[in-house]
Design a protein around this ligand. Structure first.
Ligand code: SF4
Length: 422
């Protein structure tokens, strides 16, 4: 029996348009919206301004919880001017919160632009609070500020903060990295079981206190393209990154499972018996979108770092044509497999100069532009169909079972535009 064939990606030498002008991208605080849903025993305390509080609340929508799992410690003028002792205030607030909420087992102090400007040392604050509350509560810190992070980099920073806490274990195991909807995590676990890979852990787990082990036998499979710093922290602890595209669409998901199968010596027969029926069903579910989407031209503005994997999926499986795939930050290591599958005709841009990018959009006249909320309304007013990129982060889109849902997210605005035109 032969093992599943190996495909080693070559590093990309394709040209990248690098822009360093005005950006229209959310800051890393936005990641709290999906992280707090996933980590059910954690609380995210943004140490920031009223603007930060508004951003997180509006990104989260009108979610009213009896016991919310995120909040903002608002820095007042007295804190910003150095008149009040912000450290003492923060300690008092955390003490109140943790006393009132015994369900919180992990508290993330999340830095923002204002906390960074006044040099409030949240790592130190976490250490101080750990002396008081650990082991009942683990206090961690990371930055979600717009100075240091864009959008999904907030998740990378949160996960990286967990890496030093992971127990050492050099046994053979698979670690899937990147926040996934619970339903997707369950599907992936069942598929790994069917392949015969039983030692599988997820980072993050559903509870921040459930820390997966890491060591020289750990093979890391990234489920999201924006977890590069976390992956590098894991490899520094002995883990090995498996090269694979991301599990978006049928072909991406197949190649992703193939990378795990190769690493764990699963035979081609076992792999095909397990994966092929799932892939066939998923391909059939995509059929009805192909006629709708084939030949349609797309333009991705930089937002979530999902742009390049999505361009690959939409081109390979639905015959859509991406004109430009903009990404806020291009991590060559994490994107190597994706770039090797993307046609040379796709322009890759990194960073943003929003006005010149909008000029490129207008002159290319794409059928659909994938962009942040702030750009969607003005583009729609110009008659250009848009897709909110934030939906692609909040919706379960990974894996075989979600391939058609992912196609539907692109088909819906095009169908709506056609109906409006009738
Ligand atoms: S962290 Fe910075 S960019 Fe993000 S909401 Fe707060 S002030 Fe704005």
């Amino acid at each position: 029996m032969s093992a599943v064939a190996t495909a080693v990606p070559v590093p990309s030498v394709r040209p990248v348009l690098r822009e360093r002008g005005q950006r229209e991208v959310f800051c890393g605080l936005t990641s709290i919206v999906w992280l707090h849903r996933k980590l059910q025993d954690a609380f995210f305390l943004v140490v920031g301004s009223r603007t930060c509080a508004h951003l997180v609340q509006s990104a989260a929508g009108v979610m009213i919880f009896a016991e919310p799992r995120f909040g903002t410690a608002i820095l007042t003028d007295r804190d910003l001017a150095g008149i009040a002792d912000a450290n003492a205030e923060l300690d008092r607030l955390c003490r109140d919160l943790l006393t009132r909420r015994p369900d919180i087992k992990a508290l993330f102090l999340v830095g923002s632009c204002p906390s960074e400007v006044i040099k409030l040392d949240l790592a130190n604050a976490a250490e101080r609070l750990n002396r008081e509350f650990y082991p009942g509560v683990r206090v961690l810190s990371y930055s979600g500020s717009g100075i240091e992070t864009t959008f999904t980099q907030g998740e990378d920073n949160a996960l990286r903060a967990l890496v030093p806490l992971l127990p050492q274990d050099d046994a053979q195991q698979l670690l899937v990295v990147g926040c996934l909807a619970d339903v997707v995590e369950d599907q992936f676990r069942r598929t790994f079981d069917a392949l015969g890979i039983s030692q599988v852990h997820f980072l993050p787990a559903r509870r921040a206190r459930e820390l997966p082990p890491v060591g020289s036998g750990t093979r890391v499979l990234a489920a999201q393209p924006f977890v590069g710093e976390t992956v590098r922290a894991l490899t520094a602890r002995g883990a090995t990154l498996l090269e694979a595209p991301y599990p978006l669409g049928v072909e991406g998901t197949t190649a992703w499972f193939a990378a795990a199968a190769r690493a764990f010596g699963i035979s081609t027969e076992t792999f095909l018996a397990c994966i092929e029926p799932r892939a066939v069903r998923a391909r059939q579910s995509l059929d009805r979108y192909r006629s709708l989407l084939a030949g349609k031209r797309l333009f991705f503005m930089p937002d979530s770092q999902l742009e390049i994997p999505l361009a690959r999926f939409l081109g390979e499986e639905l015959a859509m044509e991406t004109i430009e795939a903009g990404t806020p930050f291009l991590d060559q290591q994490m994107m190597a497999c994706e770039l090797s599958r993307l046609p040379d005709s796709v322009r890759i841009s990194e960073g943003q100069d929003v006005e010149s990018q909008l000029d490129r959009v207008r002159s290319a006249a794409p059928d659909i532009v994938v962009c942040g909320l702030g750009l969607a309304n003005p583009l729609e007013a110009e008659g250009i169909t848009t897709k909110w990129s934030i939906e692609l982060v909040f919706s379960p889109i990974h894996g075989f079972e979600q391939a058609a849902d992912l196609a539907e997210l692109f088909a819906r605005p095009l169908v709506r535009r056609t109906r409006l035109a009738l």
